[in-house]
Design a protein around this ligand. Structure first.
Ligand code: C2E
Ligand code: MG
Ligand code: MG
Ligand code: MG
Length: 285
């Protein structure tokens, strides 16, 4: 379109393009450096038992403290990592860090603590995925039963037989499998009884609709009812208010995760959270 506007339009378009690609190149170079120096940081967000308020699990969420750009979130650099093939190295470092940190907490009086780790589609599609993951756990002597991997429905869209074999191999070792952002992907529900799935994570967009009482609430109700029927555990994501918490508890949602209990925090801030049975709400009402 810009081209059709004549010479000026074309130049404007082309300048914007080169600025963006320069920006992209510098971010890519910085990400390579950060990975070489192991500078990415893993933060942990509590997954809380809806009835007792105890912390049952922690989800590892990657952060990048960039020297000039400040603290970066996954949306700022994960797409780039996917496009440039750096995602493999990044995922490996996140899992290393998370197994190290959670391993200490597990051995330090929290034997049942669950570590939840997000996996990217390309990671799961890699032919050596299962082998690499199991080797990493072994290196850290991290108990498989304490790990839950989170995959999205987009991972399942492709080859159901192949993904089924991989997930079954992992489930056989005791690793748990969660479907993240449940209800927002493009897969059919068919996979739910064909794959070894343990947990459904209700996407935060549905949880948000509890306040406004729009049609999204019906989806929350349906997902939780279905999870009960299939004997799956339910984690509600993005819980921010008392109202959402009470609604979800009433429906029989097992676990909640969200700013109501707290955001993802650095490893150093986790130990105190594991020893209290009711986290103070981060906001009231
Ligand atoms: P996700 O796995 O669905 O994680 C939940 C996201 O919601 C996190 O964003 C979390 O900080 C945010 N969140 C938690 N509670 C609340 C709340 O109450 N309200 C709101 N508005 N947001 C809340 P974050 O850390 O920016 O991560 C975004 C996504 O990036 C994650 O979504 C996950 O898909 C991906 N991701 C994060 N870390 C990793 C990683 O190490 N590897 C891979 N492959 N993906 C990751
Ligand atoms: Mg997740
Ligand atoms: Mg999610
Ligand atoms: Mg998400």
């Amino acid at each position: 379109h810009a081209k059709a506007n004549g010479k000026d339009g074309y130049c404007f378009y082309s300048d914007t393009m080169s600025i963006n690609s320069a920006n992209r190149l510098s971010l890519e170079r910085d990400l390579r450096l950060a990975l070489d120096r192991r500078e990415l940081m893993v933060c942990y967000q509590p997954q809380v038992c809806a009835s007792s308020g105890r912390v049952l699990g922690l989800e590892a969420l990657v952060r990048w403290q960039h020297p000039e750009r400040g603290l970066l979130y996954p949306r700022d650099f994960l797409p780039l990592a996917e496009e440039t093939g750096l995602i493999g190295k990044l995922s490996q470092q996140v899992l290393d860090q998370a197994c190290h940190d959670a391993g200490l907490w597990i051995r330090d009086g929290h034997p049942d603590l669950r570590l939840a780790v997000n996996l990217s589609p390309s990671q799961v599609e890699h032919p050596q995925f299962v082998k690499t993951l199991l080797e990493q756990l072994q290196t850290h002597r991290f108990p498989a039963a304490n790990l839950e991997i989170e995959i999205t429905e987009n991972v399942i869209m492709n080859d159901l037989d192949q993904i089924s074999r991989k997930l079954q191999d992992l489930a056989d070792t005791g690793i748990r499998i969660a479907i993240d952002d449940f209800g927002t992907g493009y897969s059919s529900l068919n996979y739910l009884h064909r794959l070894p799935i343990h947990t459904l994570k209700v996407d935060q967009s549905f949880v948000r609709s509890i306040r406004s009482r729009d049609d999204g609430v019906c989806i929350v109700n349906a997902i939780i009812a279905m999870a009960h029927g299939l004997k799956l555990e339910i984690v509600a994501e993005g819980v921010e208010t008392d109202e959402q918490l009470h609604y979800l508890k009433r429906l029989g949602c097992h676990q909640v995760q969200g700013f109501y209990y707290g955001p993802a925090v650095p490893a150093a801030e986790i130990a105190p959270l594991l020893n209290i049975s009711k986290l103070p709400p981060s906001r009231t009402g």
